[in-house]
Design a protein around this ligand. Structure first.
Ligand code: ZN
Length: 507
């Protein structure tokens, strides 16, 4: 008999300090039910999380099966999800699952760091729903972002949770594919012991890169132990800005014979021993802008990339803060490029005026706040586009990105990409879609926390990237935020935080 696997998920990384993520946000980005979901998944550049096409492709390669597409929705990181939308979506999933006939298993693709306006763990509710649909004995396999805040409810309701192992996240499709053979093993009757350790460490996002650092060491060590009896080691960095009790680094291992338990404990102890490395050092704003100015004078050999890590739309930032922008303008930095500045009104003005027009506009007009001041500028419109971009590198490779109506503008020595939709700048194709060659400038300022590294490594090695201390909703300097629900004490916010490792027998 052909196995029937339900597929569903909700992707949102919630920044509790950002405005609420609405039903419209989800529906405008990715919302598919039933057959429409499968039709999208097989496209060359599907507008859905890459895990799902990866899972489907690998299941196809593994033998007969019947995918039972239920519902997938996803959107850019933003504030807490509107609770009514989440309730309705979960209800809709329940209805579709109920109408889909008997299922042999469920595959969940979610982010794992969502909070709603009323609930700190809607992801846990999603997992409970999937479990209820197949009962206690049939498999539920999930894939999550490595920024997931894992709850006990998620662990209890899934047979296996697989997390990304790359940051920038370039392995999303592979992790979906990895879920398929594990689903087959579970369908054949195998089961694995779970070990789950949650640590009192909320790691600032910039300390969770996987190229180097304590977190990278942990991922590498975990993978060194993978084998038939220990198929999955998931190491979650967590996402502090969700401001939820589930925040924090967690280790999840799955195996048989006890080796997985020892490894979970070893990795947790390592993270704790290395906790100093989860503290952040950023470059002061003046020093960063001076480097860009020097590069503008010296030329490409001194090129520098300023990462505006505090205003990352990929972490809930609004993409419109002005600390760096204003300094670049006032310091008259030459041959500078900045992207993406999100201002739909200015993009619309540029489209009305046309290429070649010179305009006086006010950035952030009517929506200024403490981080995003209203800045009057004289600009020249260099190019216009509808903002639909075929990604070519890093996290957007093979995906279609939608910046909304966009413009390339020049403000003195600064060239800037202004767009209408909130999206993090992580692919040179964004600039190229407006006729700009990113490699021709002497400095690049990106509103992105880390994913830009996989897109712009053509021009900027790690040594030429500076993480700038500017204001914004995603500043890695956690002491600047009015936390409400984080577990406290927690490292690195509270120096006196303590942790006693569990005994292996307790896992
Ligand atoms: Zn992530």
């Amino acid at each position: 008999m052909v196995v029937r696997i339900g597929i569903l998920g909700i992707h949102l990384e919630s920044n509790a300090f950002a405005p609420v993520t609405t039903a419209e946000d989800f529906r405008a980005s990715c919302y598919y039910e039933g057959e429409a979901m499968l039709a999208e998944a097989v496209k060359t550049a599907p507008a859905m999380p890459a895990e799902i096409p990866g899972f489907i492709e690998a299941m196809n390669a593994g033998g007969d099966w019947e995918p039972v597409p239920i519902l997938i929705t996803a959107t850019e990181p933003g504030g807490a999800a509107d609770a009514t939308f989440i309730k309705q979506t979960l209800e809709r999933m329940r209805t579709l699952l109920g109408a889909s006939g008997a299922l042999d298993g469920v595959y969940i693709s979610n982010h794992g760091a969502m909070v709603s306006t009323t609930d700190s763990d809607p992801d846990g509710e999603l997992y409970a729903l999937a479990r209820a649909a197949v009962g206690p004995d049939r498999p539920v396999v999930a894939t999550v972002d490595l920024h997931a805040n894992i709850s006990q409810r998620m662990v209890d309701n899934a047979d296996i949770i697989i997390s990304y192992r790359t940051n920038p996240h370039v392995d999303r499709r592979e992790r979906g594919a990895e879920a398929a053979p594990l689903m087959r093993r579970l369908l054949a009757g195998e089961r694995f012991e779970k070990s789950f350790i949650h640590l009192p460490i909320v790691a600032p996002t910039v300390t969770l890169l996987t190229a180097r650092g304590a977190y990278a060491d942990m991922i590498e060590e975990g993978q060194r132990h993978i084998g038939a009896d220990l198929p999955v080691v998931s190491i979650l960095g967590g996402f502090a800005f969700a401001d939820a009790p589930e925040c924090g680094i967690s280790i999840l291992t799955y195996g048989v014979g006890g080796r997985s338990k020892k490894l979970a404990l070893q990795l947790a102890k390592y993270a704790w021993a290395e906790r100093e490395r989860f503290k952040v050092r950023l470059t002061p704003l003046d020093e960063a802008v001076e480097r860009a100015a020097a590069a503008g004078r010296a030329g490409r050999s001194a090129a520098v990339c300023l990462a505006d890590v505090a205003d990352n739309p990929g972490g809930g930032g609004r993409g419109n803060t002005t600390d760096i922008l204003e300094r670049l303008i006032s310091a008259r930095v030459e041959r500078a490029l900045l992207g993406n500045f999100v201002d739909a009104a200015v993009a619309a003005r540029c489209h009305e005026a046309g290429v070649g027009a010179r305009l006086h506009v006010v950035l952030n007009e009517g929506r200024a706040d403490a981080h995003a001041r209203a800045v009057p500028v004289d600009l020249e419109v260099l190019a216009l586009s509808d903002g639909i971009v075929a990604g070519r590198r890093g996290i957007y490779k093979g995906r279609t990105a939608n910046m909304g109506p966009s413009a390339a503008v020049r403000i003195g020595g600064l060239t800037m990409l202004v767009c209408s939709r909130r999206i993090q700048c992580a692919d040179p194709a964004f600039f190229e879609s407006l006729g700009l060659d990113g490699g021709a400038f002497c400095s690049l300022t990106v509103k992105s926390r880390g994913h830009f590294r996989a897109g712009f490594d053509e021009w900027y090695s790690d040594e030429s990237i500076v993480e700038v201390d500017a204001a914004g909703l995603t500043s890695p300097l956690l002491e600047r935020f009015p936390w409400k629900s984080l577990p406290r004490p927690v490292w690195p916010l509270d120096e006196h935080t303590q942790w006693t490792p569990p005994r292996v027998e307790e896992l």
